[in-house]
Unconditional design. Structure first.
Length: 138
């Protein structure tokens, strides 16, 4: 069983997809790629530890992906051109907005471990809660 943290990358731009894979896989993350919104929704069912989505997708956008991820309890990062309105909307959805460009790599490599650590702590906390509840009933 692969114990590496699982990251779902949602991008329809090959260059961004390759960049993200090149940044994350050597860092010890297991990455899955979805190139469409529909595929991303299927992959969310595998409950990755984190979702990173390109802002501009075809008929949807990264905020749609972030919203669906939030509904599943999965933290999300949205990458896009600087846009104050979209950045605010991402924050309101509980997503982290990363501006594409020169410092995107550094920002991604800083925020990914932080979000995954928080997600894994929540996962282990919910397992503990379940075990305690289960022992009370038994």
């Amino acid at each position: 069983m692969d114990l590496r943290p699982r990251v779902l990358i949602v991008a329809d731009t090959p260059a961004l997809m390759e960049d993200l894979l090149g940044w994350l896989v050597p860092g010890g993350y297991q990455a899955t790629v979805a190139t469409t919104f529909a595929t991303a929704m299927i992959q969310l069912g595998t409950h990755p530890h984190l979702v990173i989505s390109q802002l501009r997708l075809r008929e949807y956008n990264g905020l749609h992906v972030a919203l669906r991820a939030r509904c599943e309890g999965i933290p999300a990062v949205v990458i896009g051109q600087p846009d104050i309105v979209l950045e605010r909307e991402a924050r309101q959805l509980g997503a982290t907005f990363v501006k594409s460009g020169e410092f995107a790599r550094e920002r991604i490599l800083a925020v990914v471990p932080e979000l995954i650590s928080a997600e894994m702590a929540v996962d282990s906390g919910s397992s503990l809660t379940f075990a305690v509840r289960g022992s009370e009933g038994g």
